[in-house]
Design a protein around this ligand. Structure first.
Ligand code: ZN
Length: 142
């Protein structure tokens, strides 16, 4: 499904050291009552956790790195899942030698410093995630 969106508010801020990155971004959207939009962020983490979706096994495999790393880029969106704002984000980290890796942002990624922007969208369409039998993922339906 797809639908036209128009830009509404933009919020910009920083997260606190020790925050769980995914939970904190979700909380920022909840606090601002943003249920549809786009998320971007950069900064650094003290611990990273990202998923890779095993398309055959239909489950996420998680990679965890217990080390200071940069957030080179986080790109994501906000939509509804179970009637609440749900942030889906992918992230690229880098280590002390600039080597990059990343994946589907998972809880367990701990902020050292993070600056984010959320761009709110408004739409006639309702972007709501529902279980998709073909992929095993929760995708937009409607
Ligand atoms: Zn993903």
């Amino acid at each position: 499904m797809k639908g036209a969106v128009r830009t509404a508010r933009r919020i910009m801020g920083r997260l606190k050291k020790g925050d769980d990155l995914l939970a904190a971004l979700t909380r920022e959207c909840e606090n601002a009552e943003i249920t549809l939009g786009e998320v971007r962020a950069l900064g650094a983490v003290s611990r990273a956790r990202a998923g890779y979706y095993d398309q055959t096994g239909r489950e996420y495999k998680y990679i965890e790195r217990e080390a200071p790393q940069e957030i080179l880029a986080l790109v994501g969106n906000v939509s509804l899942k179970d009637g609440r704002p749900f942030v889906h984000a992918h992230i690229v980290f880098s280590d002390e030698e600039g080597r990059a890796w990343g994946g589907h942002l998972a809880e367990g990624t701990i902020v050292f410093a993070c600056e984010f922007i959320v761009r709110e969208y408004l739409s006639e369409e309702r972007f709501e995630r529902r279980f998709d039998d073909e992929t095993g993922l929760f995708l937009w339906s409607g």
